[in-house]
Ligand binder design. Structure first.
Ligand code: ADP
Ligand code: SF4
Length: 692
């Protein structure tokens, strides 16, 4: 296939100081939960993106000194020469595919609690540390500290050059870094030449850029990453006030401007709260004040939008973290005229959540993400089938769709049977709830791919029984029949049924998604803590209900703190007029009330409601699987060699988990598996071992 000429502009080279990016695709720095802790996983994940056509591949934040230690987070580190080899490995992986490797150097200022190094945190002024509410303060830096910081940064620049990087990124973004903190009036109460006027507050950032440029000459590019607006009004940097003035002051100094919003939850907004290109109104001034190339992000997945922002003069390069995670081959697919094959990011932030839980990231759309090295899963290549057996998949939710797609790609004859007249399972149902429409991309990407495959047949409106499955003549069967929400209250806070949950006035999210609506004032009881309780509450408000949301947690949708959404969700519910009760369990339901118990004390109170929606936990729909697995002889006679329950039918979890299970099922067909189904990388023991 050939590329549509209107996308040619995206494949023009971009000069970044002394180096040249081969096209306009820039993989912005992003955390990944692998970093220095799982270094080969990190390096190969980056290398795969270079292969997928990104011209610049950036690291995650790489901290430069023991005073910048954010243990236990699994980011990058470059404290000494000891750290060079693992970063060199990433550079090699990136260079193998002719991309430029960029390193984002950071000093974490008061984000760093220095739990490992035990150093006293550093900041422009005395201030408590931000992370996890530790009883610890950062101290105001002396002039000697500032000189020392410049030296550490410079040392890191030199080490980065030794590691093989092409680009140094000086970082003042996301309200994380030391030079960024100096810029802000709310943090900087200094009276020396590093405080007071904006010029003074920007001095340190200017100095580290100049130091880096002096050190590397024309051997590397020196760029900046800067958050032009913090979305906190006059208290913070604003794009059209000091944010702009800072860009004007430093305009021609760096070789490129990578501009974004602070903090991370503003920069990586989910699709529930923002559209593709949501940062454009904040960054559109930058190209007017500098001649240097400009990069912006904003969950860009559609090539027409990319072309438009280049043509409009907003950016020169398309920055992307999440779109590059969901589809490492996004640029290649545009280049080769395969835009229908792009696996578009759905903006769910599961990737961020795993990083925030200090684990290797994963992606809802891309089941191979994080598995490139440890399992050898390539996002675009999969081994040919190991046998000629026909594969039958029962249920076309995210697990079944992905299983069918990957088994089909391996060359199997595949039959996918779905009980309803619609593909997508929970994804289709949930995408009709408020704010979740973009999630339908999980279905749409797979639906299109499957429609192109001659070896995959899809039967809709086909609810299979065990008898029918046995008669199919399939060698491999995956049961992907999903899960349903419980009505009885069992879950995190309740290990016994809640009295009254058998009443007619008790509903589940499945009922809501099936179009049932309660009467009168409704209590949404959320002991699930992810998105469902809040979107059900929003749906009920939209339908005209008076809604109360109660949860045993201290915050609404508390787990969404990991997906960077908690604040916005709670704010939205408050603005919609939902009454919020936190720190209470549901103790019983009558026809006109619910009794609530305080999680700390023995106090109880009654809430007047005429219906309750239980958002608590789910049970697998595994009757079919259990019936089949119970009789191995019948399976044998029917020629069924392997039988698996996958996705929510196996264990109710996230959509990401269902997609992964579907993919894993197909990858492992005919492959011998072991108890530990992936490669591990162990920290090398120190050579020297002496008791004190
Ligand atoms: P998962 O997230 O694990 O993919 P879902 O609940 O999204 O699970 O999807 C399960 C799908 O399986 C639903 O679309 C449902 O209609 C379908 N299904 C359930 N039972 C059967 C069956 N016996 N035969 C065919 N399809 C079924
Ligand atoms: Fe996008 Fe979600 Fe994948 Fe992150 S996990 S890259 S937000 S689809």
């Amino acid at each position: 296939m050939t590329r549509d000429p209107r996308y040619d502009i995206l494949f023009e080279p971009v000069q970044i100081g002394p180096v040249t990016a081969r096209n306009r695709f820039y993989q912005a720095p992003h955390c990944n939960g692998m970093g220095r802790t799982f270094p080969s996983s990190m390096a190969v994940m980056r290398g795969v993106k270079a292969e997928g056509g990104w011209a610049v591949i950036s690291t995650e934040q790489i901290d430069i000194h023991p005073t910048s230690d954010i243990t236990p987070a699994t980011e990058g580190r470059l404290w000494s020469d000891q750290d060079i080899p693992y970063l060199a490995r990433m550079c090699d992986a990136v260079h193998e595919h002719d991309a430029l490797a960029s390193i984002e150097l950071v000093h974490n200022a008061k984000i760093a609690s220095n739990l490992y190094s035990r150093e006293v945190p550093l900041f422009p002024s005395h201030m408590p540390v931000s992370s996890q509410g530790y009883p610890l303060q950062a101290r105001a830096m002396t002039k000697a500290d500032i000189r020392a910081f410049r030296r550490w940064h410079l040392d890191a620049v030199k080490r980065a050059r030794t590691a093989g990087f092409d680009i140094i990124c000086c970082y003042a973004g996301h309200n994380l870094t030391l030079p960024g903190a100096f810029m802000k009036q709310r943090y900087n109460s200094r009276s020396d030449e590093y405080g007071g006027s904006l010029e003074n507050r920007v001095r340190l950032f200017r100095e580290i850029i100049e130091d880096a440029k002096d050190a590397v000459g024309d051997t590397m590019a020196v760029i900046v990453r800067f958050s032009v607006d913090e979305l906190r009004g006059a208290e913070g940097l604003e794009a059209h006030k000091e944010g702009r003035e800072i860009v004007e002051m430093l305009a021609e100094l760096p070789d490129l401007w990578d501009v974004c919003l602070a903090e991370w939850e503003n920069d990586s907004q989910t699709s529930r709260f923002s559209e593709e290109g949501f940062q454009e109104p904040f960054i559109d001034f930058v190209k007017q004040v500098t001649t240097k190339p400009v990069v912006g992000v904003g969950r860009y997945t559609t090539p027409d939008r990319m072309v438009s922002i280049v043509n409009k003069g907003i950016v020169d390069m398309i920055g992307a973290a999440r779109p590059s995670i969901a589809d490492p081959f996004l640029p290649k697919k545009i280049e080769e005229g395969r835009i229908d094959e792009i696996r578009e990011c759905i903006g769910c932030n599961i990737c961020a959540a795993w990083n925030n839980m200090l684990a290797p990231m994963r992606c809802t759309q891309n089941p191979t993400n994080g598995e490139e090295w440890r399992r050898g899963w390539h996002p675009e290549r999969i081994a040919a089938k190991a046998d000629d057996g026909m594969v039958l998949i029962v249920g076309a939710g995210p697990a079944g769709l992905e299983a069918a797609l990957a088994a089909g790609q391996r060359g199997h004859e595949v039959i996918l049977a779905e009980a309803t007249d619609e593909l997508g399972g929970r994804v289709s149902r949930e995408s009709r709830l408020p704010g979740l429409a973009t999630w339908a991309r999980v279905r749409d990407y797979r639906d299109y791919q499957l429609s192109q495959m001659a070896n995959v047949e899809i039967y809709k409106s086909s609810e299979l029984t065990a008898e029918q499955i046995l008669e199919f003549g399939a060698s491999h069967v995956a049961v992907a029949t999903g899960a349903h929400w419980r009505r009885d209250g069992y879950g995190r806070s309740h290990q016994f049924p809640i009295p009254g949950t058998d009443g007619d006035n008790v509903l589940t999210p499945d009922d809501i998604m099936n179009g049932l609506r309660p009467q009168g004032r409704v209590l949404v009881y959320d002991d699930d803590h992810y998105y469902m309780g809040s979107v059900v509450a929003e749906q009920l408000v939209a339908d005209g209900h008076d809604v109360v949301l109660a949860t045993p947690a201290s915050l609404v949708a508390s787990w969404t703190d990991y997906t960077l959404e908690q604040h916005r969700i709670q704010a939205q519910l408050i603005e919609l007029g939902v009454e919020i009760i936190t720190g209470h369990t549901l103790q019983g339901i009558t026809t006109d009330s619910a009794s609530m118990g305080c999680v700390f004390s023995a106090k109880t109170h009654t809430v007047e409601v005429s219906a309750v929606v239980m958002v608590v936990s789910r049970l697998p729909n595994d009757n079919l699987y259990q019936e089949l697995v119970a009789d191995p002889e019948r399976l044998n006679t029917a020629g069924i060699q392997t039988l698996h329950a996958i996705g929510d039918c196996h264990g109710p979890a996230t959509i990401a988990a269902a997609v992964y299970e579907g993919h894993r099922f197909a990858r492992e067909l005919g492959v011998e598996t072991t108890d530990i189904p992936f490669r591990r990388e162990l920290t090398e023991l120190a050579g020297e071992f002496k008791m004190p």
